[in-house]
Design a protein. Structure first.
Length: 198
């Protein structure tokens, strides 16, 4: 899929990656779906210290503390108000991954959210979901209705998958987390993939 999360994974402590992947795999395993036949994500080699996690492409992509509230770095050409749109994208990511956001609200924050209801309901029941958050670092607009997003997926207030690559789309007048982002995280684990991600 071209998402940075898999590349970042080998640089992180296995426990952190395992927590995030387990969170997503558990959520999706109970929603039904087809098996991709893929083996689980490759085991990490001896990781370097977390301070050297990912080699970011720019200073803006460097892993930041989770929940900093800092505005993301914006680039590309897209909507007339790129800064305002980037703020909306960052808010959508934060709310989507926030354990306090009800599943019913997450449907509106995710592209094609209504088709992911079983996945979102299972995700909400997972105890690890109570520790997951996301912080958007960069937004790069590729058109007036689409953007590439770099974000930290965090567990317990610390980046577990720093510098992850995602996408956002403008649908129904609001910026949403692209369903490809959720599917990309789910696919890190291999195994059962929800039919919605086919």
């Amino acid at each position: 899929m071209g998402y940075g999360s898999a590349g970042v994974q080998r640089h992180l402590p296995r426990a952190a990656v395992g927590a995030v992947v387990l969170l997503l795999a558990t959520a999706c395993g109970s929603s039904g779906g087809s098996s991709s036949g893929a083996s689980s994500a490759p085991a990490a080699t001896t990781p370097p210290p977390a301070t050297t996690a990912a080699a970011p492409t720019s200073a803006a992509a460097a892993p930041a503390a989770c929940g900093t509230g800092a505005a993301p770095t914006v680039s590309g050409t897209g909507p007339s108000d790129t800064a305002g749109a980037a703020t909306q994208i960052a808010a959508a990511y934060q709310k989507f991954f926030d354990p306090a956001t009800p599943s019913a609200s997450k449907i509106g924050l995710l592209e094609n959210g209504a088709t992911f209801v079983p996945v979102l309901q299972a995700f909400a029941k997972n105890p690890l979901a109570a520790k997951a958050t996301a912080t958007v670092l960069t937004v790069s607009f590729t058109s007036a209705t689409a953007a590439d997003v770099t974000y930290n997926l965090c567990v317990g207030g610390a980046p577990a998958l720093p510098g992850s690559a995602g996408k956002s789309v403008l649908a129904g007048g609001s910026w949403q987390v692209a369903d490809a982002t959720l599917c990309g995280l789910i696919k890190l684990n291999g195994g059962t993939i929800p039919a919605q991600c086919s």
